[in-house]
Design a protein. Structure first.
Length: 667
């Protein structure tokens, strides 16, 4: 970071970092636009108009804190602590600013607990169903692979730093195969692309297993030594012929045969996926099934083989965030209830929720844009009896409904340690500039709120460096500060399952596990169509025949962090839906027409994009509306998550964003 007279003037990557190699990803390469935007919130605000119209006046910190403390105490006195609900996400990345003193503050208040996760938890849990652990291969080891399957991940856009390692492998002769319901920019760069119907991936995996076993393309020694249930799995997939899976997936049987043959014969074979596929009714089953493939072939024995998703679980080697939970702060009356962050709309509007949520704290996130079933969230935020406190950097869709807004620092204005999900290094986040205006880090907000509430426990006021030092262990702390990053204390050659050692009851990976029935899951990897999917409920499918995808697509605002900044959003045009030409013709829709995308949850007016056959990214039956737009930039103030499904995933606490059916009509 180049700083002149206290002003950050240039942001650049660290060329010495082994993973990023000096390149900034799309999420941060224009970050100073955000820091110094004239739209930035710099002072506390108090609502003066109706909820949603964003009418506020500037207040002092003392006034705003006193107002929150008074309202919060009254709600606790009248309804109990569980009438208070925190909703925090990952908008500000980092060990302590994302989640530390907030846990202590809300434990002291006795609030409801936020549970579940919009991203990551189901992938983690699904992986562990087979292997007993969420740990997997080091993504950087893809450079050693000869076959790379990028399954449901748009690496060139959303995981940009990994792509050079893939190109390194290609330069040595590796083949890249992309499997995705959308023709992404990654698919366009692949050696081979398969485009199954949304939500049918498990059927494809079962057919691959059928071919691997049928043709003897398995590593029987690895199976015998380190797995359990192979006989049951073999019998289970016998009926999953390529022909059967082809009908379910909308592929050709020969495509499936070729994929299985390549996976069974080219070594090392590396499977890379991320969190997109978890956003389904059967999201955990995707990962449960996918992890069986490298077990069958013994791919874990090779560097550059195996399976890789987020490596965030490795952070526990050097980070213990349980220190942020202080038992003495929790009311002795019993465990506080949990309310899912994925169903915020239901939590705010369902009369069966007792006690009713009367106070909502939102920080590190913008649920009206990022959470599913957003119109129901809006209904909840409109409640006059709901007291809403938001900590934010901008006037987001959610912040417009706040009663009090506190101004939050950006990443370059506060101290933190940043764990990674994409590589095995911790980053030191030193404040490059002083906070603008009267912005404060999240940790300071919780300290000030604790003081305003009259709390006195010292754990509520711990300073930032002390919080970090209490959680980070086993590393040279001074070297981390000096160098700016440090590798986790794991081996350079990360191959966790060369000799099995799976942390299951018998040390073996589990093709079959009867215990899963207690979780409502089948003992074996099993394909089931989603109720709200193209192969699901017939009545619903008749009314809403198109499967909605909401991918990250835009280069100038990969997520919602930049989509309210005019010079970023204008370069992307307007929000749109992309339809296959045959679906558009059937509805009398031409390129550029205004169309209504709708279902029982909501509707959204957008522009239609109908590409030529050689440019199309969606197949028949699928419609794509990109994620990242904010309501102030759309015609009707809604975004794609007004339409999406908030049904819980099968396991792990995720949510079925992508199992959403819609219809499209010209307006």
């Amino acid at each position: 970071m180049e700083v002149v007279d206290g002003v950050a003037v240039k942001m650049s990557g660290n060329a010495d970092h082994p993973y990023s190699r000096g390149e900034l990803c799309p999420k941060v390469n224009r970050f100073l636009d955000r820091v110094y935007s004239p739209q930035r919130l710099l002072y506390p605000l108090v609502r003066t108009g109706s909820k949603g119209e964003a009418s506020f006046r500037q207040a002092t910190w003392d006034e705003a804190l006193a107002m929150v403390a008074q309202q919060l105490q009254k709600i606790i006195d009248d309804h109990g602590g569980e009438a208070v609900l925190p909703w925090g996400d990952a908008g500000t990345q980092g060990l302590i600013q994302m989640n530390s003193l907030d846990r202590r503050f809300f434990a002291k208040v006795g609030s409801s607990r936020q549970i579940d996760s919009l991203c990551g938890a189901t992938a983690k849990a699904g992986t562990a169903l087979t292997m007993g652990t969420p740990l997997c291969a080091d993504p950087m080891d893809v450079a050693h692979a000869k076959l790379i399957l990028l399954w449901g991940t748009n690496t060139r856009l959303t995981n940009r730093h990994l792509w050079p390692f893939i190109e390194e492998a290609r330069a040595k002769g590796a083949r890249v195969v992309v499997i995705d319901p959308l023709r992404t920019i990654t698919a366009q760069a692949a050696d081979h692309f398969l485009q199954p119907l949304p939500g049918t991936d498990v059927a494809l995996m079962l057919a691959m297993m059928h071919v691997l076993i049928r043709d003897g393309l398995i590593n029987q020694d690895y199976i015998d030594r380190y797995t359990e249930g192979f006989a049951e799995l073999s019998a289970h997939v016998e009926s999953w012929t390529p022909e059967r899976a082809a009908q379910e997936c909308g592929l050709r049987a020969e495509e499936i045969e070729r994929l299985a043959l390549e996976y069974g014969t080219i070594k090392p074979a590396f499977i890379r996926t991320l969190i997109g596929a978890e956003h389904r009714e059967h999201g955990a089953m995707f990962f449960r099934t996918l992890t069986c493939l490298p077990l069958l072939t013994g791919a874990w024995r090779y560097r550059g083989g195996g399976y890789s998703r987020s490596v965030g679980s490795y952070n526990s080697v050097n980070i213990d965030d349980s220190v942020f939970d202080v038992a003495g702060l929790i009311d002795a009356a019993g465990e506080r209830r949990g309310l899912s962050m994925n169903r915020l709309g239901r939590n705010l509007t369902d009369p069966a929720i007792d006690p009713r949520v009367m106070a909502l704290f939102v920080y590190n996130g913008n649920p009206l844009v990022t959470a599913p079933n957003a119109d129901l969230i809006r209904q909840g935020l409109e409640r006059e009896d709901l007291f809403t406190v938001v900590s934010e950097q901008f006037m987001t869709d959610t912040a417009r409904y706040a009663d009090v807004i506190f101004p939050a620092t950006t990443q370059i204005e506060h101290l933190d340690v940043v764990p990674s999900w994409g590589h095995l290094y911790l980053g030191w986040n030193h404040p490059a500039i002083a906070p603008l205006g009267e912005c404060v880090p999240n940790t300071e907000l919780w300290r000030r709120l604790s003081a305003a509430m009259g709390f006195s426990e010292p754990e509520l006021f711990e300073d930032d460096e002390s919080l970090i030092r209490s959680a980070v262990h086993g590393l040279d702390f001074e070297a981390l500060q000096r160098e700016g990053f440090a590798r986790l204390t794991v081996d350079d050659d990360v191959r966790p399952f060369v000799e099995g050692n799976f942390p299951t009851p018998n040390g073996k990976a589990l093709f079959v596990d009867p215990r899963l029935s207690a979780l409502g899951l089948p003992a074996l990897p099993t394909y089931e169509p989603a109720q709200e999917g193209l192969n699901g409920n017939a009545d619903l499918r008749h009314r809403f025949p198109l499967s909605l995808m909401s991918p990250k697509t835009h280069l100038r605002f990969l997520n919602s962090s930049y989509s309210d900044l005019e010079h970023h959003v204008l370069s992307e045009g307007e929000i749109y839906c992309e339809l296959a030409p045959e679906d558009a013709r059937a509805r009398g829709i031409a390129d550029g027409d205004r169309v209504r995308v709708w279902n029982d949850r909501s509707s959204l007016v957008v522009a239609a994009r109908i590409p030529s056959d050689d440019q199309r990214r969606v197949r028949a039956g699928v419609v794509s509306v990109p994620f990242g737009w904010v309501g102030s930039r759309t015609q009707d103030g809604r975004t794609v998550n007004a339409l999406t499904n908030d049904q819980a995933a099968d396991h792990g606490g995720g949510v079925a964003f992508y199992d959403t059916l819609v219809e499209v009509e010209k307006v």
